[in-house]
Ligand binder design. Structure first.
Ligand SMILES: Cc1cc2nc3c(=O)[nH]c(=O)nc-3n(C[C@H](O)[C@H](O)[C@H](O)COP(=O)(O)OP(=O)(O)OC[C@H]3O[C@@H](n4cnc5c(N)ncnc54)[C@H](O)[C@@H]3O)c2cc1C
Length: 276
């Protein structure tokens, strides 16, 4: 079914993309899976990172602890993080770092911890009485990254194909569980095995495309630099799918494609300058 789906997409003008993480995600791709093929168990942070290192003497993990802020070397410039303040069992603790502090609290809490530590937006510091160490404007401050839209479409499919819906039948489920014991059947894999980012030109009208372009240009005007770059790239992608290529091409075609991308980006940036 996987190859049928990818072939169908190709017939509709959606190319295959063997490497959707290469910076160009348009096209049909198979999902990366972190499933151990020997045991059919999905990998997680615990199985991939913690368990193989659990025995290490220099590793300590404290659960149910909430980081309140980072501490910095007084007067350091640039700021040097020297520890972390955290709450555990209703008490505040201070953990000192000998070498470095790695902050990786996810898309939303990472900028929040920076703000609690005095790095960020002046307005937020004033509102919450936080001692400021580094000001950043709303334009380049640690704001959370964006969410992305996901739309699910549900279709009835040819009953000759067995799908996971069939597992609603207890007999089918029992058979799949048996298969799972030998790392077979769909329980041993991911339920979502492929996906596609569809080029806008394969489903949208010209007018819609130009409306989207106007909207994206308007949004880019006030956007922080990173988001602005992203919006320019988005415009390029939905206007010029030829600029996005996945298959290996002969060098001369590759450089023509690169030239086209550069020109597109230049044109969009010019449009943006005109509207600002
Ligand atoms: C519903 C959903 C499904 C997804 N499915 C997939 C998928 O199938 N494949 C895929 O590749 N990606 C998937 N992703 C994306 C993936 O989960 C994230 O990209 C990834 O987890 C980000 O890792 P991270 O370490 O940066 O942050 P996170 O995984 O968010 O880890 C941040 C950690 O910091 C902790 N934390 C936050 N604040 C504090 C604090 N003050 N003190 C102490 N700890 C704190 C949090 O509890 C959390 O454990 C999915 C995401 C979502 C929401």
């Amino acid at each position: 079914m996987q190859s049928t789906f990818l072939k169908t997409l190709e017939k509709l003008g959606v190319p295959r993309n063997p490497d959707p993480d290469n910076g160009h995600n348009l096209g049909g791709s198979t999902t990366y899976l972190s499933v151990d093929p020997r045991k059919a168990i999905r990998s997680s942070s615990a199985s991939a990172y913690y368990q193989p290192n659990a025995h290490r003497q220099n590793l300590a993990i404290l659960t149910n602890a909430r980081v309140a802020k980072l501490n910095f070397e007084p007067g350091s410039n640039p700021l040097q993080a020297i520890g972390v303040e955290f709450l555990h069992d209703g008490k505040t603790y201070l953990s000192k770092a000998r070498r470095e502090v790695i902050l990786s609290a996810g898309s939303f809490q990472t900028p929040q911890i920076l703000e609690l530590s005095g790095i960020g937006n002046k307005k937020i510091f004033e509102r919450h009485g936080i001692k400021a160490l580094v000001y950043m404007s709303t334009h380049n401050g640690p704001t959370p990254t964006e969410d992305h839209v996901k739309i699910f479409s549900i279709y009835e499919i040819d009953p000759n194909y067995e799908t996971v819906d069939d597992a609603l039948d207890p007999e089918v489920l029992a058979r799949q569980k048996e298969l799972y014991e030998t790392q077979q059947g769909y329980l041993s894999s991911a339920l979502v095995s492929l996906f596609a980012f569809i080029p806008a030109r394969t489903f949208a009208f010209e007018q819609q495309l130009s409306e989207w372009k106007e909207k994206a240009l308007a949004a880019a005007q006030d956007a922080p630099p990173g988001l602005r770059k992203q919006l320019i790239l988005q415009i390029e992608w939905f206007l010029n799918p030829e600029a996005v290529e996945h298959q290996e091409k002969p060098p001369e075609q590759k450089s023509a494609q690169l030239a086209l991308r550069r020109e597109n980006t230049r044109n969009i940036t010019n449009d943006l300058t005109k509207t600002v």
